[in-house]
Design a protein around this ligand. Structure first.
Ligand SMILES: [Zn+2]
Length: 148
């Protein structure tokens, strides 16, 4: 038992030495891992439905590509470049989260209606139950016809 633990510890040290100076797992790699698992699930469903060998192969290529990118990023020694990629990914992810969070909140809000200004893209909030009204965009002053 003690011997087994020694082997485990040596393996862990060796793995640590091997990974020294390499990128390892970051948020982008975890996202790739989830994407990989997601594609595997979709592959299983689609292949079960279509029974197509071609579809199965196409999904295999996709999952292989994701795994190769992930392995490359884990083992990469070009840390500045990998960290820049990860930051770009996190920025994009935060932007998507802001958009979806906002959409969910607006959907739940039954006492207001939301109109997007066609000129500047500002979202204008108006209370419901006021009939047909004209909204003036607070940012650019454009008039928006609204049915509340
Ligand atoms: Zn506007």
């Amino acid at each position: 038992m003690e011997r087994f633990q020694n082997v485990l510890q040596r393996l862990r040290l060796a793995a640590g030495r091997f990974m020294l100076g390499r990128n390892g797992m970051d948020q982008l790699n975890y996202a790739l891992l989830w994407a990989y698992l997601g594609v595997c699930v979709v592959r299983a469903i689609v292949v079960a439905l279509t029974r197509s060998l071609f579809v199965a192969r196409a999904f295999d290529v996709l999952t292989d590509v994701v795994l190769v990118i992930m392995a490359f990023r884990i083992l990469s020694r070009n840390l500045p470049k990998r960290q820049a990629e990860n930051m770009r990914f996190l920025d994009g992810w935060r932007r998507v989260r802001r958009l979806t969070d906002g959409a969910v909140r607006r959907h739940k809000d039954k006492t207001h209606k939301y109109y997007t200004c066609k000129q500047c893209g500002t979202i204008c909030r108006v209370p419901t139950g006021k009939g047909n009204i004209i909204i003036t965009c607070p940012k650019c002053g454009a008039k928006i016809q609204a049915k509340t």
